[in-house]
Design a binder for this molecule. Structure first.
Ligand code: SD4
Length: 317
């Protein structure tokens, strides 16, 4: 295909697109490109939703989820609930290249990272402290808990199970998330495909919560014989449908990337009509597409593209 290589990523994170593109141009592999692209967002704290200092959890800590997948070998490395390490995608790649495992989580993932030479540092910033203290001072809703009530002597936690069962507060779950995970797909001239994600998840999440981003087939999926996809949005809902895996399998069966993306989103909509989420897809020839579920009150979904027709990242929606 003449327009190869191809770099696409979720949201208007054009410096990430450029970093991935430059990695390819300077002889890097598709994995290098995905890693460099996502790492760029981790450094820039893209939209506050990637990297350190954003989306503090219920205790005020920022934790990170990331994954990287090699579509040639189907090797995957991922980290979830990673603490104290800024370069989550780098740790994910280290999991892939230096272990037999796929996913490491929490404190243990951080210890692994430190042993691999990643610098441990506080991920808290003035911004994340402000978000957290505003939440504490405000109504401090237990955003992601169902059937609980806050300790009556305090406005926030510790939360106790509610004695009488209430209806599932699905709307609350949907409306309190922020969504700007970077998901990236890179395809080179030789047909090598890779995909990856990096995020700090959701604001005020319950400690230990892991989103879709580090889950294979949910946050991203790549198979050089079929295509690749990556999702962004309400991971708690999206991961139930493995939308990235679904989109890749639809492309394998002959769907074009836009149709594959659309179907993956509509599968979720059937059950959660007001969920916020989007997906990007690319097939093995470098054709790409995207789809999102438009929800009132949420920003429109945008994504970035670089290919040989335009090595300046282009904003698409
Ligand atoms: C998550 N999917 O942790 C992530 C959040 C996100 O764009 O995509 N933001 O649920």
């Amino acid at each position: 295909h003449t327009s190869l290589p191809l770099v696409i990523n979720t949201w208007p994170f054009k410096n990430a697109t450029a970093a991935a593109w430059n990695a390819l141009q300077s002889g890097g592999s598709v994995l290098d490109a995905v890693e460099k692209g996502c790492a760029r967002c981790e450094m820039e704290q893209c939209d506050g939703s990637v990297g350190y200092g954003g989306n503090p959890d219920e205790t005020g800590e920022t934790t990170l989820d990331a994954m990287i997948m090699n579509g040639d070998t189907m090797d995957v490395g991922a980290v979830a609930d990673l603490r104290r390490i800024k370069n989550a995608i780098g740790v994910a790649r280290a999991v892939m290249e230096h272990t037999e495992h796929t996913l490491l989580v929490g404190e243990s993932a951080s210890v692994f990272a430190e042993n691999m030479g990643f610098v441990a540092e506080d991920l808290t910033t003035n911004k994340s402290v402000n978000i957290f203290s505003k939440w504490l001072k405000g109504n401090c809703q237990p955003n992601y808990r169902k059937n609980v009530f806050p300790n009556p002597s305090k406005s926030c936690g510790p939360y106790k199970p509610r004695a009488t069962v209430r209806r599932n507060t699905r709307a609350q779950l949907v409306n309190t998330c922020s969504h700007d995970t970077i998901g990236m797909i890179v395809l080179d001239q030789h047909g090598h495909l890779a995909a990856g994600t990096s995020t700090n998840g959701l604001t005020h999440k319950i400690p230990g919560r892991v989103g879709d981003s580090p889950i294979v087939g949910a946050g991203a999926y790549a198979d050089s014989s079929a295509g690749a996809a990556s999702a962004t949005g309400n991971g708690d809902l999206m991961m139930r449908f493995l939308p990235s895996y679904l989109a890749v399998e639809l492309m394998r069966a002959g769907a074009d990337p836009s149709a594959a993306c659309k179907t993956a989103i509509s599968r979720i909509k059937r059950h959660y009509s007001d969920f916020f989420g989007a997906i990007i897809c690319a097939n093995t020839t470098g054709h790409y597409g995207a789809a999102c579920n438009k929800v009132p009150g949420f920003s429109q979904f945008h994504f970035m593209v670089s290919n040989s027709e335009s090595d300046i990242p282009l904003l698409k929606s």
